[in-house]
Design a protein around this ligand. Sequence first.
Ligand code: NAD
Length: 711
Amino acid sequence: MSIRWDRDEDGVVTLTLDKPSSSANTMDAAFQAAFGETVDRLVAEKDTVKGVIITSAKKTFFAGGDLDELIRARPENRADLLATVTDIKRRLRTIETLGVPVVAAINGAALGGGLEIALAAHYRVVLDTPATKLGFPEVTLGLLPGAGGVVRSVRLLGLFNALLQLLLQGQQLRAPAAKDLGLVHEVVSTPEELLASARSWIAANPTAAQPYDTKGYKVPGGLPTSPSLAGLLPALPANLHKQLKGANLPAPHHILCAAVEGLLVDVDTAFVIEGRYFADLATGPISTNMIQAFWFDLNRINGGGSRPDGVPSFAPTKVGVIGAGMMGAGIAYVTAKAGIDVVLKDVSAEAAEKGKAYSQKILEKRRGTPEKNQALLARIQPTDDYADLAGCDFVIEAVFEDVAVKHRVLAEAAAAAPDALITSNTSTLPITELQEGAGLPDLVGVHFFSPVDKMPLIELIVGANTSPEAVAKAYDYTRAIGKTPIVVKDSRGFFTSRVFGTMVMEGAALLAEGLPAMSIERAALQSGFPAGPLTLLDEVTLTLPLKIEEQGGAAAEHPGLAVLRTLVNEHGRTGKAAGKGFFDWEPAKQVWPGLAEVFPPNMDGLAPGSGPGVRFQDAKDRLLFIMAVETARCFEEGVLSSVEDANIGSIMGIGFPPGLGGVAQFVDQYGVEAFVARADELADKFGERFRPPALLRDRAVAAGSLRAALA
Ligand code: NAD
């Protein structure tokens, strides 16, 4: 039985959520059945029940919806899904209107469905532990809280607070913050206090009811029809549009609609509205993609999916960072933030101090206590002396991207910290070459992304002589600083830079074909990229792809290269750092007015009345397809070995649209066969670079999906 029933001599019934043989409670079919029976019993024994406490026997209070089930929901399952959420909502409504006080004694994380159960109680007391988080992360999985979470949070907190502090961004609040927001009533620090406080509240409030069921209740901030709120309402969709930049993410939109529309009607009708929007999201493709990527794929990676087996776990205690520039300074910060001592080495004491000052600057912008900030800074020891690396168990080299300098620095680091695993943050240099040139027995690439304190991904690079122990240690370091590691094989551009390069170069090629710059950027944003390819090229500098081209010389000339050469060589426009690239960046970003003269727009198929917008759809597809085709090549060459790494690496490292679930999931959601046909079409029209490799054409088509082909 998923729910235990204990009635004490005072008539208080404690319902303990305890899904058998599972570490967490979820809203699966067994829970629903047990919940139904429990609520029926409460109704039947109502006269002898003086109060209800809902708590949990697990470390968390309640984990939420059953994602195994939700990921499989398709449009044909809509009616069933609707029936399920309607049933849960009806039961929760029965509990809150039973006429006895109900308290949620929240003993750990209550996210999603867990918070929805808690909101159906009249009083919420929460145990403050570091793991206690409250919130509605549904939006990050393309869903909304469909068991009353939208309706109740909006009525209790007010429309703006509920939307902005909880629903639209999926914030996860610690207990004190949840209390500040008004989401819970009381915070306690021991399990004993939790239940004692629940009992005394029940004793003191025998006639408890929900505020919104109480006569004269006014929703904080007012109703959409009240003048005070009506004037502010248009700001909501406007801000949402600005935030999403045109990306096709239906969840925030549906949440907004359910919240506003729900406030215009009574509670029960509001539940119906919420349920319909939920069913829409849950049966659509975007939630499938996002649940796959941000739940299943991410959990597999963070749970050690790509970590070599059989290597004992490693907890870094003292990390050496060599090079206190932009990257090294950021690496020192995130490492010290995780409670690990850092030795930050540069060529001079001033340079090392400057690197440490970067942490100070970040801390000034954040709201930490002075003690915590001081402690973090105290963990970073700036130095110009290799001798200070003694005692380090992990060293990250982050000096200039120069082979000779790196060879020397890596060898010096190995001599100074003989017990440490030596790693390199190089973004382009082959790991095997660095390892051999520096005369090291072992080396692993630990490729951070910029800015280090914000970007969640790390790409671990395995060279020809990299040991499984080194990969495992680097993996453990990455997890220790709270980042997500993907593991790829050493090769030009590794995975992320290589696939990123194809997308931005496609943007340049589109410009050469006469697609106006703003249409190119818009195509990317509408597909769900956080920025357009021309903006991204300006940011990485136009000279970078040219330099890479000179070093390696791709097999065939990419049409985008000519565009970069023209801008750099003939117009001196090298990108954002210089203030001018595709865009003028000063005083405010705008497309360089001269761009249309150098690359005259061709509006065929674009201007109103001149065609069905085929070229715009082609542009959108090209940016996505070229990344997917290149990813398939990475799999064929063994650069990548798991779809999880491809999905998470592409979303977290290089901005692949999150709603598409990552670059491998994109292929599978599109349908492999349809993907191959469309890629062939693009190859015939725009160049062989779109031609799908055999992995897609043969193996994936035969297996039914890329995921199945690689399993
Ligand atoms: P940077 O120029 O900002 O910093 C390099 C630092 O290394 C400077 O402070 C320099 O004084 C120091 N240095 C040089 N020689 C040294 C030596 N012998 N001993 C100690 N310190 C020395 O460069 P960055 O942008 O921080 O890049 C560092 C590394 O990180 C490069 O390998 C780069 O490819 C890689 N990387 C950069 C990015 C990025 O976005 N900039 C992203 C990922 C990886």
